[in-house]
Design a binder for this molecule. Sequence first.
Ligand SMILES: [Zn+2]
Length: 146
Amino acid sequence: MYKCKYFTIEELVSPNVYDAKGDRCWRWFNPIALKGLDKLREKFGPITINNYSTGQQRKFSGFHLQGEFNRSEFSGHRQWGAFDLKPHRLTAEEMRIELLGHEPTENGILPSIEGFEEITELEYGISWVHVRFCSNIDGVLVYSPN
Ligand SMILES: [Zn+2]
């Protein structure tokens, strides 16, 4: 079983999920997603996902239960495969530009990201990096949530 090198399980699941299942949550994540997060951390430096375990506000930036946070029924956040990242050393837009070569301005599917082929979804035009792993597409779906 793969567990992240750089993230605790509380950083990846909501407080209710952690309270109910604790470290058993690791088993429900696809290891491709967990390894992808570690690779992003190695390239971009410290990244905040959830930070409630240190008394801060972010609770729903990884997996959460239906009804805990207002998102689409089909959100990757409810399928153990999407994360909202706040990199410390650069802005979200700068991180997307590093990954994609530019900040997208329209929805579509871009070629896979060299070195990060497991990333299959990125949202643009937002102040965090929404990244999803494991969707069954060839490339990276980019779209604006607005
Ligand atoms: Zn998201």
